[in-house]
Design a protein. Structure first.
Lengths: 143, 151
């Protein structure tokens, strides 16, 4: 009887502990990419993977978003872009504005993650690897 | 089948939003997505033309700010559409509140999950975002000529 009560209590506690994770808001990713068709595919892949996605066509637009109170968990940025700064400069500035922000770089040239970034993804990217890498960066299933 | 052909085979109700003010584009796009629309975001008419000329991207309606910062303006884009894609509807908006009204109409009257009575909330959100986005000490991007509530 007591063992059954303990087991039931444990189940209730586990359910309560699980509940915030299940009801948690999806992670928000800010995609910064100047090539509209690449950006479209990135956004589509990440929305299908269950993330909340914001997008900017260059660093200036990304900074506009980062200056607001919009929740952003990850900055995913291309390196070479037109505008006032490139993706690495954007990453450094974003880090200073939001120290907790995770940063991922998309590059067809770099071989190791630059110091401004937490992770580097090659370009052209593979959807499965990109999504898995982002989920790993968030330390769980990414949701 | 091309990548876009495969990707968009099951997608319906695609709205292409052309808006140079990123914070307005962000709020309206998220609102339309919550309504169930598939939204493609273009920062200017040049990006819009790239999307519109991609044969396997099925755009159903274009929602465009009349005054885009770079490239052709909304009227020119409408003219291009009439010539190259007759029948594809384009909604031209001249202010943030006009864009909000158009988005809300699409949401309420289209084949989407209706979300009435949210126009003011959406407009308030855009105003807040614009105020926040322009309050920083760093990079400043000029506001559009058309301010919220100008309609």
């Amino acid at each position: 009887m007591q063992a059954r009560l303990v087991r039931k209590t444990r189940l209730v506690l586990e359910e309560l502990m699980d509940r915030p994770a299940k009801n948690a808001e999806p992670k928000a990713i800010l995609v910064v990419e100047d090539e509209i068709l690449i950006r479209l595919c990135l956004v589509d892949d990440l929305i299908r993977a269950g993330f909340r996605v914001l997008q900017a066509s260059d660093a200036d637009e990304a900074l506009m978003i980062l200056r607001t109170s919009e929740p952003v968990d990850l900055l995913l940025t291309d390196v070479w872009m037109p505008g006032s700064m490139d993706g690495l400069q954007l990453a450094a500035m974003a880090r200073s504005m939001r120290p907790q922000l995770k940063i991922a770089i998309l590059s067809g040239h770099a071989l190791v993650p630059p110091p401004e970034a937490d992770v580097l993804f090659g370009k052209p990217y593979l959807t499965d690897r990109l999504v898995a890498g982002i989920q790993k960066l968030f330390g769980d299933d990414g949701q | 089948v091309t990548e876009f052909g495969a990707r968009f085979a099951q997608v319906e109700g695609v709205i292409l939003i052309v808006e140079g003010e990123v914070l307005v584009r962000l709020a309206i796009s998220q609102y339309l997505r919550e309504c169930g629309a598939y939204v493609i975001e273009a920062a200017n008419s040049g990006e819009a033309l790239v999307v519109l000329q991609e044969p396997d991207l099925p755009v159903d309606i274009v929602l465009c700010n009349m005054t885009t910062r770079t490239g052709m303006d909304g009227f020119s884009l409408a003219h291009w559409l009439r010539e190259h894609k007759p029948g594809l509807p384009i909604i031209l908006t001249g202010s943030h509140s006009g864009a909000v009204g158009a988005a809300a109409d699409l949401c309420e009257n289209g084949h989407y999950l209706a979300k009435p009575n949210e126009r003011q909330m959406l407009l308030d959100r855009i105003r807040r975002l614009l105020a926040e986005g322009n309050s920083g000490d760093g990079l400043r991007i000029p506001m559009q000529q058309n301010q919220p509530g100008a309609d």
